[in-house]
Design a protein around this ligand. Structure first.
Ligand SMILES: Nc1ncnc2c1ncn2[C@@H]1O[C@H](COP(=O)(O)OP(=O)(O)O)[C@@H](O)[C@H]1O
Ligand SMILES: [Mg+2]
Length: 220
């Protein structure tokens, strides 16, 4: 599904985003970089439909966003698991029907957790492991649009590289449109088919469409 951000502004006490125009085609993997406080999370929440712009419109698949729904999967900046559900319970939440358990177990393993972790509760896991569960929870729904907010920032470098490969693989398999916010410009260039820099004066600059040759030089 495509994403259209049309002349969008967001103000709290001061303007955060001003007249942002951005078109994301179906199946793109767009990385968004920018300094802390420039409005990256706000932009994701607008696409999610959790927040409504002060001015302008945000459309996903041609439909204006009014509230979160299953078209957009979301991995927030801070993990947000159900504390009273096991890992498996968290990942199967929202999955229906036969095969839900097997699908969830497969995804748990793909994110590098063990099958024996499935019965554990979030408080029994490290922060990095909890974040993998949150990622598995979003991925298992196979949403047409996936929004990730610094989702790998809490992971140690080895795990992070593994998750980067996984998300790329899943994106290639599924054709999901991904918007990936990160602080790490290397990560942005490695993952994205396009990198958008959100400048402090809230202008979305299309800084690059990284070429294959360039990507090979990205050190992880
Ligand atoms: N609910 C809110 N009320 C008031 N100010 C907010 C709110 N949410 C975010 N902000 C402010 O908006 C700015 C952009 O926030 P955010 O989108 O979280 O930036 P980023 O993710 O790029 O660090 C920050 O200055 C932040 O303090
Ligand atoms: Mg943020």
């Amino acid at each position: 599904m495509n994403i259209q951000i049309q002349n969008v502004s967001v103000e709290y006490q001061r303007p955060i985003l001003e007249n942002i125009d951005l078109e994301i085609e179906a199946g793109e993997f767009v990385s968004i970089v920018g300094q802390t406080g420039c409005g990256k999370s706000t932009l994701l929440r607008l696409i999610l439909g959790e927040q409504i712009p002060s001015r302008g419109r945000v459309l996903v698949g041609g439909k204006e966003r009014t509230q979160p729904d299953p078209t957009c999967g979301y991995v927030p900046q801070k993990y947000s698991l159900f504390p009273d559900r096991t890992v498996l319970g968290n990942v199967t939440f929202g999955l229906n029907g036969r095969g839900a358990r097997e699908t969830a177990l497969k995804m748990i393993q793909r994110t590098g957790l063990k099958e024996s972790d499935a019965a554990k509760y979030p408080h029994q896991l490290s922060g990095g492991m909890q974040q993998r569960v949150a990622i598995a929870q979003a991925l298992v729904m196979n949403p047409p649009v996936l929004l990730m907010d610094e989702a790998f920032s809490a992971l140690d470098p080895g795990t992070r590289a593994g998750m980067q490969r996984l998300i790329k693989e899943l994106w290639e398999e599924s054709g999901t449109t991904i918007v990936f916010v990160t602080h790490n410009t290397r990560e942005a260039a490695y993952l994205g088919t396009r990198v958008i820099a959100l400048a402090n004066r809230s202008i979305a600059l299309d800084v690059s469409a990284p070429a294959e040759e360039e990507l090979e030089h990205v050190f992880l």
